[in-house]
Design a protein around this ligand. Sequence first.
Ligand SMILES: Cc1cc2nc3c(=O)[nH]c(=O)nc-3n(C[C@H](O)[C@H](O)[C@H](O)COP(=O)(O)OP(=O)(O)OC[C@H]3O[C@@H](n4cnc5c(N)ncnc54)[C@H](O)[C@@H]3O)c2cc1C
Length: 424
Amino acid sequence: MKIAIIGSGISGLTAAYYLHKQHDITVYEADTRLGGHTATVDVTLGGHSWSIDTGFIVFNDWTYPNFIRLMDEIGVASRQSDMSFSVSCERTGLEFAGVDGRLALLNGLFAQRSNLLSPTYIGMLLDIVRFNKQAVADVELDRIDRDITLRDYVAKHHLGKQFMEFYLIPMASAIWSTPIRQMYEFPMRFMLPFMYRHGLLSVSKRPKWRTIVGGSKSYIAPLSAGFSDRIRLGTPVTGISRQQDSVTVETAGQVETFDHVVLACHSDQALALLTDATQVESAILSAVRYQENDVVLHTDIGQMPTNSRAWASWNYRLRPGCEDALPVVTYDMNRLMGLDSPARFCVTLNNTAAIAPESILGRFNYAHPIFTQGGVDAQLRWNQVNGARRTWFCGAWWGKGFHEDGVVSAIRVADALGASVAEL
Ligand SMILES: Cc1cc2nc3c(=O)[nH]c(=O)nc-3n(C[C@H](O)[C@H](O)[C@H](O)COP(=O)(O)OP(=O)(O)OC[C@H]3O[C@@H](n4cnc5c(N)ncnc54)[C@H](O)[C@@H]3O)c2cc1C
């Protein structure tokens, strides 16, 4: 069959990888490079070159089985990373980090030694322990109410304001790139199983995090080698219409006909391309919205916590009066990618004006899905749009927004289109 694939992020490339052996595929990519959020940047500093990830960075050995199988199949190596999290509050000055290892953990949690004597701070730590226990039991017994939000869950279990504002919200807001105010309404039926599966509800039982050797872009060439002659870079699709026995794909210069189309772009981009979207397609695709993040690669350590004992791989900055703003997170790329560089490479989300201009090495824009209960309900309607009218959809937005979700969504589509691949 002749199949058009729109988008070359992990979802589009995985769909193409599994489909190209049986079918005549064409991959359309709007950008002039492959990879979407897999975006490693090469930087030369002090005579040395460094490959630094600015989008997709890490995966782990618990929750990425399909991505790991794919990397093994194409022979891409990975290395152990360090996953740790810190919070700095500009209003109160509070800074702490959760770092692996007993001593490192104590050092990070009590980065500010005065907190050893702070009943409020100790209360927050005790709430973390209580929340973890409660959440584990709720997930294991499958007893999380369908509509319970983060705010209601915290109130129901009498967890403190400190715990919510300085721990739970920053962590979840960083994971899903979601503004604080929206986090209060975040569906716990979506959040808690995710935290459980990623070991975020335990101090000792945690997955091992990894990064791709040489940066995440290292997997793109081997993954696309089998169909490199079937890729059209710098070719944004402008419209898709469906007929009884074919699909028409329009680009600036051409109109082409296929048997099927796979939209491996974001939900909002996919909807905008369908010139004849059905009501069901509109309802499902518009239920998961995307939000742009301003992403800067730089070497300004002023974006890290003031107290270096509180430095972690992910550093969340709480700013007063910014509840509706996108979260400010700085990734310590040296720590995450194991770079032995005299400069500290940082990737900061949504704080561009505060970064020393002379330290900026690159600026990017990546949109991330915003999850609501409506979006979660829409994901359950996969069957209602996939395959209907010769049209298929994949993308990380069908899951929790991460690389494994992109791979799984592509496997589902490839499997339905006759590729011999099963989801693990
Ligand atoms: C800053 C940041 C860090 C992240 N870090 C991680 C991480 O460490 N681990 C993790 O698992 N996930 C991470 N993610 C999540 C990441 O978004 C997903 O893992 C995944 O890469 C998304 O893949 P995708 O294929 O769904 O979309 P994308 O990678 O966005 O790919 C969509 C592609 O479609 C193309 N496209 C769109 N419209 C058209 C059109 N009209 N015509 C042709 N092409 C089109 C786009 O140009 C793009 O290349 C991160 C996200 C961000 C923003």
